[in-house]
Design a protein around this ligand. Structure first.
Ligand code: FUL
Length: 509
């Protein structure tokens, strides 16, 4: 279905004699986030294609959010389970003081820019009064069955200027049609309700779990039909995880990969029926769990290369749902800071789950951790110590790196001396955190870099890394110096460096 649409609306572009197919989504311009490749291409050709793949407008907006929030809330909150079986009585759902604005405000105060609510988890219990099942809050005592949690979250997000997303579990352990074609229609009907009754939806999150339904049968999910439906109803939304726009980072620990490429090979299994082309909007296929995805040698591992960035999901508590006995196990501000450095700081978007309790409120334990976390990040990043730095060599080069704008950059030619940038710090400065950003509108290109500092009349290594991507953060032992140099050791084509910062974390000396 999508394939036909691609053909009809697609704009063909040629690079190195190869074809890029692009989809035009209503209201959005053509994108170049996907390219078909084949095994006879040389590494040089593949690297050049990969270096020119860029995010779609939806993916770019999503990446720039950096912090997103997950709200796991539902019948499990009241039973103490993580995975309900779809048999719990809807009457158990009865929050005493539910306040969705408190949830969204807690997220916003912590710096979170988009909130995703579990509209339906694996148990099948719907947090909105759907027409597709009786297993919803309309049969609960809460607000005498007249309540709508999805609406309350959507309204709070709108009021507070926070993005809004829905988690809709494909695995449904309650719906009687699960395991038959009719269930794919139920999913379409549920998506229609969620995507037409609550205003703008910015993210649709599908989990990959596919277990048995109430009659012991498994379901063949018609993902492509659902994707096409979402594209029609909410074209600005990203479809995440079991979706074509955003990839699961591969763990639920909050730790992203040190080397994280947003352009990865996809497709091996995604040939169309006649085998002629790999589809842009196919469910993820290929290895999405390996230690590194998308390195030079891996670019040939699929039928296509795609901008498919990583989302790092983790819960602030051991469980995804609230359990009173986990109140003392809420992650500390320090742990959340580490997670931030290892998710956002490793070219990912953090999706932090903060589950409300039985009252329908985020508990004081979680609120305190969020507050402490925000404070730590604000302290670390309050002042870029390069602010007053002077360029050694071309001034033009450092200006875009220090303007706080991730859309302006210096394009390193990688020839002669143009693979490094040297700065005089205007006196001695003390720091232990490096921030780098590429302008991903141009593509992700840096493969290896090193930060050096001037000490005893020679350059010494402060820290080094592989990928940068949208954002890279590195911590290292505290250094005091008056001169630094960043060298890009290896890159795909010409890397576009957008931002550079040095910071001092006083708690990490
Ligand atoms: C998982 C689910 O099984 C968990 O319950 C949770 O919703 C998590 C975000 O995704 O796969």
């Amino acid at each position: 279905m999508i394939h036909n649409r691609t053909k009809k609306n697609g704009i063909k572009r040629t690079l190195l004699g190869l074809t890029f197919s692009s989809i035009v989504l209503s209201g959005y311009s053509q994108t170049k986030n996907f390219a078909v490749v084949n095994s006879s291409m040389t590494e040089k050709q593949l690297v050049e294609i990969a270096a020119n793949i860029v995010p779609s407008p939806q993916q770019l907006r999503w990446q720039r959010l950096e912090l997103t929030g997950f709200i796991h809330f539902g019948i499990n909150t009241f039973t103490g389970r993580e995975w309900g079986e779809g048999k719990d009585d809807p009457k158990l759902f009865n929050p005493t003081a539910l306040d969705a604005k408190q949830w969204v405000k807690a997220c916003k105060d912590a710096g979170i820019k988009q909130v995703i609510i579990t509209a339906k988890h694996h148990d099948g219990f719907c947090l909105w009064p759907t027409k597709t099942t009786e297993y919803s809050l309309k049969n609960s005592p809460w607000k005498e069955g007249k309540g709508d949690v999805v609406k309350e979250v959507a309204d709070a997000c709108k009021e507070l200027g926070v993005g809004f997303g829905v988690y809709v579990s494909p695995w449904d352990r309650n719906h009687p049609t699960y395991g038959s074609d009719a269930y794919n229609d139920v999913m379409v009907a549920q998506l229609t309700e969620l995507l037409t009754q609550y205003g703008q939806v910015d993210e649709v999150w599908f989990d990959g779990a596919n277990g048995e339904g109430p009659n012991g049968k498994k379901q063949i999910y018609d993902f492509e039909r659902w994707y096409a439906h979402i594209r029609r109803l909410q074209p600005q939304a990203v479809i995440a995880v079991s979706g074509p726009d955003v990839r699961w980072v591969g763990t639920e620990t909050g730790q992203g990969r040190e080397e994280e490429w947003s352009v990865v090979p996809v497709g091996k299994k995604n040939k169309t029926d006649n085998g002629s082309q790999t589809k842009v909007d196919a469910p993820p296929a290929g290895d999405m769990m390996g230690n590194v995805l998308g390195s030079r040698s891996q670019l040939k591992d699929g039928d296509a290369l795609k901008w498919y960035p990583a989302e790092t999901d983790v819960s602030i508590r051991p469980g995804w749902f609230y359990h009173v006995d986990q109140d003392k196990k809420v992650k500390t501000a320090e742990k959340l800071k580490e997670i931030y450095f290892h998710s956002v700081g490793r070219n990912g978007v953090l999706l932090l789950n903060i589950p409300p309790d039985k009252r329908g409120l985020i508990s004081d334990y979680d609120l305190a951790a969020l507050k402490g976390w925000r404070k730590k990040l604000d302290e670390i990043f309050q002042e870029n110590l390069l602010k007053k730095a002077k360029a050694v060599g071309s001034v033009k080069k450092i200006k875009p790196l220090l303007d706080g704008n991730d859309a302006t950059h210096h394009l390193f030619s990688m020839k002669a001396n143009d693979n490094s940038v040297e700065m005089d710090l205007n006196g001695e400065k003390t720091f232990n955190v490096l921030l780098l950003q590429e302008n991903i509108r141009v593509g992700q290109r840096v493969e290896k870099f090193v930060l050096e500092y001037w000490d005893n009349n020679q350059w010494k290594k402060a820290t080094e890394g592989t990928t940068i991507g949208y954002k890279r953060l590195l911590e290292f032992p505290t250094i005091t110096t008056s001169k630094v140099r960043l060298r890009i050791i290896s890159a795909r084509l010409q890397p576009a460096l957008a931002e550079m910062g040095l910071y001092f974390d006083k708690n990490n000396q």
